[in-house]
Design a protein around this ligand. Sequence first.
Ligand code: THU
Length: 133
Amino acid sequence: MIPREELLSLAREVALHAHCPYSHFRVGAAVVAGGNAYVGVNVEISSYGLTLCAERSALAAAIAAGVVAGSITQVAVACIDVQQGAPIQDRTPCGACRQWLADLAPHAVIYVDGDMRDFKIEDLMPFAFGHKV
Ligand code: THU
């Protein structure tokens, strides 16, 4: 386990590398498996719909490094440009990222920077689609 605050701090730090020339909304994510952390940022593309969120970026980095889906234990997300005290909806993972989390990190505890709660994917996405292949 990486301490909650340490992982959130890593997510905030990596968010500084976000590529978001359109929204200027920097997001960082860090996922943990086997005691190692894998990070990601949002990457925006001129064809806006092809933008990659920080959470999916971090999950892809973990998978590329050899992490087995399901072994991710912690996820931290930090939206560093959000106003202090802004509602939780301004900083939680989007729907697409929730599906990625449901598939790849179903057992993880999810930390959202600026919110005290420890979330599970079931809290964020009840009745998530999923099927065995
Ligand atoms: N974004 C994320 O990286 N994660 C989310 O879950 C929500 C949104 C990014 C996408 C886009 O680059 C910017 O935040 C504004 O929507």
